[in-house]
Write a protein that binds this ligand. Structure first.
Ligand code: UFG
Length: 322
């Protein structure tokens, strides 16, 4: 059944890809974005676009027959969250609290929220299940965890069918929708900037981790697989329950393996230099997505690292031409 959906942060990376997949599945999508980090030209042409604060717009428009909200809008730079915590407690926690109040006020019954692996902090074991202790090591993760707790309370009290999806390392692109942060901190887009000549070399943050090649290991999930999990979450959400799922491909790749994949895909030598570890980086972060498989019927299909990098590279090259 076609749903009328509000997509906050739909001008951002994951939000724009998800909006595209929702529209292609026949849903009626309203994108809400304040364009603080998103891009107006990343809003899908078939979406209704409202520029503004997610909570304010939700309070104003949710009464208009919306079936649900997909809440992507957030501040998401780990480093900045440590130096400017107010921006994160306000922008993430307060905004989402107001959004939940708007949902309560208007009786909006479905929510899918972008949570993160950063809610777990330094894991005790690998892969990480949803039952792992949540001890975030940065403010970004702490704010996302606080929101998860608020969602649990609101879903119980007000009968909201809520799902939090804890993303691991999102990568890749979907045609003209991809990753284009003004402040880029993520590994794959930075490595590709070396291939386009916009950056001289990639720094490897630490080569003395307890891993096979000494560099840190992450679980890269293709943004399209991730977006499709949102569609399944919408379908399987249960009234009055808040369910939480980890989403990753289930395989870890080291920083060196990622750089190698980028070299293969781009044909560029991509000079790399070892630099000190980045503060707060765990050595290994790999998801167990078993629960999402069992309860949502989700199965990542784009798990090949070279394929993920190839999609990101095609997107990067298309942006070069703009
Ligand atoms: N890295 C480098 N050089 C760089 C950039 C990154 O070596 O120039 C390394 C990092 O140290 C890390 C790996 O590449 O080991 C991946 O780093 P990213 O910044 O791409 O991603 P993170 O794993 O740090 O962050 C991801 C999400 C965050 C989330 C976090 C959870 O992007 O939003 O996982 O810990 F908070």
């Amino acid at each position: 059944k076609a749903l009328k959906l509000m997509v906050t942060g739909g001008a951002g990376y994951v939000g724009s890809v998800c909006a595209a997949r929702l529209i292609e599945a026949g849903h009626d999508v309203t994108v809400v974005d304040d364009l603080s980090t998103g891009h107006a030209d990343a809003v899908h042409p078939d979406a209704t676009f409202v520029e503004g604060d997610a909570a304010e717009v939700a309070q104003r428009l949710l009464g208009d027959g919306f079936d649900g909200v997909l809440h992507f809008a957030a501040k998401s730079l780990v480093g900045e969250s440590m130096t400017d915590p107010a921006k994160y407690w306000e922008g993430n926690v307060l905004t989402t609290l107001r959004l939940l109040e708007a949902m309560r006020d208007h009786g909006t019954k479905r929510l899918v929220f972008s949570s993160t692996a950063a809610t777990y902090g330094e894991p005790e074991s690998s892969p990480i299940p949803e039952t792992a202790p949540t001890q975030p090591t940065n403010t970004y993760g702490a704010t996302k965890l606080a929101i998860d707790h608020a969602i649990t309370s609101f879903s119980r009290a007000h009968g909201i069918a809520a799902v939090s999806l804890r993303y691991f390392n999102v990568a890749g692109a979907y045609g003209s929708f991809g990753e284009r942060h003004t402040t880029e901190t993520h590994l794959i887009p930075l490595v590709l900037q070396v291939a386009t000549g916009d950056r001289e070399r990639i720094q490897i943050f630490g080569d003395d981790y307890p891993t096979a090649d000494g560099t840190a290991i992450r679980d890269y999930i293709h943004v399209v697989d991730l977006a499709d999990a949102h569609l399944l979450a919408l379908r399987h959400a249960v009234d009055g329950e808040h369910r939480i799922y980890n989403l990753g491909s289930g395989t870890g790749f080291s920083v060196l393996e990622v750089i190698e994949a980028c070299r293969r895909t781009t044909g560029h030598e991509i000079p790399a230099a070892v630099a000190p570890r980045r503060a707060g980086d765990p050595s290994v972060l790999v998801a167990s997505s078993e629960k999402a498989g069992e309860e949502l019927g989700w199965k990542p299909e784009r798990t090949d690292l070279d394929g993920i990098v190839a999609d990101a590279w095609a997107f990067t090259q298309s942006r070069q031409a703009v």
